[in-house]
Design a protein around this ligand. Structure first.
Ligand code: HSE
Length: 364
């Protein structure tokens, strides 16, 4: 199978190296920027890949929505299978790209877009064919987990920990997507699309770690607890819920042992029960290994991760009740049994009035 790659950054390079060593796979061309074009296998125009009769599959590792969407559409229309690690692209245009792939009878896989090396999307796409998935989620962002655990366990300061995560290749090109929770939210959207054939695009609640501080780290540590950023989605009678927020966990909880760039992704099937998977959620080779897993699946004939029924929907977080730790203008308090929607709205209102707010769900 001949594979061309779009992008030669952290993940693209890893994918190229792994393909060169893999049996049954051959790297054809790599799309790079003109300033990066130093090798004979590199090209600077997408047309050279779209029109390349020898390329069977295109792997996209450029990131961003545009021009990734236009490039993906062109490759699929040209009858090439498409594998991507791009969460932003899939959360925005996954349904449209899936339809194009179906029309052309080629593969469209994106298991590298959630959980890094962890095969959570792959497993759910297989499990959902024979079981009903009820809910899923977890610690899904390596950068924020690296920052949180370095601040809590090693006393590092926020900026120092973020800069280290960037150097290690965990963070997005613009790390705002990581620390704001947006990257986790996009992964939750993908989990929902594969689990429930529903891509939630409205009424989502998203709180990141930008307001986490040494004061909160000390407070929870003194109480033998720890903070992690987690994403959640699930199916209830009221519809699909999907949200991201910091969570306080007791030191004895599995999540408390998840440190550095490690992710902990889980799903619960009606028949399988709870299944938890941990592994490296970010970085060159962990993510490249997930792309290669999808390439192997293309060879085996796997076509898709979401069915033709997948639709964009409005999420409903108003029926999910949690208890929260609050830190408002230097004062700690807690609130019991409030809906996710109300908690996120309350924090927004307080911030609009000028308060400094951190909140985290209590996981009991
Ligand atoms: N920036 C992402 C993370 C990369 O830190 O998890 C992997 O999706």
């Amino acid at each position: 199978m001949n594979i061309s790659i779009l992008g030669f950054g952290t993940v693209g390079r890893g994918v190229y190296e792994m393909i060169c060593k893999a049996e049954g796979m051959k790297a054809r061309k790599v799309l790079v920027l003109p300033v990066e074009c130093t090798e004979s296998f590199m090209v600077t125009s997408i047309d050279e890949i779209v029109n390349d009769k020898e390329t069977d599959v295109v792997v996209e590792c450029m990131g961003g929505i545009h021009p990734a969407f236009e490039f993906a559409s062109a490759c699929l229309k040209a009858g090439k299978s498409f594998v991507t690690s791009n969460k932003a692209l899939i959360s925005e245009f996954g349904i449209e790209l899936e339809a194009l792939a179906r029309e052309k009878n080629v593969s469209f896989l994106f298991s590298a877009a959630c959980g890094g090396a962890i095969p959570v999307l792959h497993n759910i796409s297989v499990a959902s064919q024979t079981d009903t998935i009820i809910r899923c989620g977890g610690i899904l962002n390596g950068t924020t987990n690296f920052i949180l655990t370095n601040m809590q366990d090693n006393g590092k300061d926020y900026k120092e920990a973020l800069s280290e995560a960037q150097k290690l290749g965990y963070a997005e090109a613009d790390p705002t997507a990581d620390v704001s929770g947006m990257d986790t939210l996009r992964k939750v959207m993908l989990l929902s699309s594969v689990s429930f054939s529903s891509l939630p695009t409205e009424n989502l609640c998203c709180e990141g770690i930008e307001n986490f501080s040494k004061e909160v780290a000390d407070y929870v540590k003194e109480r033998d607890m720890s903070v992690r950023l987690m994403g959640f989605c699930g199916k209830t009678e009221a519809g699909i819920y999907a949200y991201v927020e910091p969570v306080v966990v007791p030191s004895s909880a599995v999540e408390a042992s998840i440190s550095s760039n490690i992710n902990f992704a889980w799903y619960e099937g009606e028949n399988s029960g709870f299944i938890g998977l941990m592994g490296q959620g970010a970085g060159r080779y962990p993510t490249a290994s997930a792309v290669l897993r999808d390439l192997s699946a293309v060879i085996e004939g796997k076509k898709s991760m979401i069915g033709p029924c997948c639709k964009k929907i409005k999420a409903d977080n108003s029926g999910i009740l949690n208890s929260y730790l609050l830190y408002i203008d230097g004062v700690f308090s807690s609130i019991e049994s409030i809906s996710v929607t109300e908690m996120h709205e309350k924090a927004k209102e307080l911030r609009e009035k000028g308060s400094k707010v951190f909140f985290a769900q209590y996981k009991i």
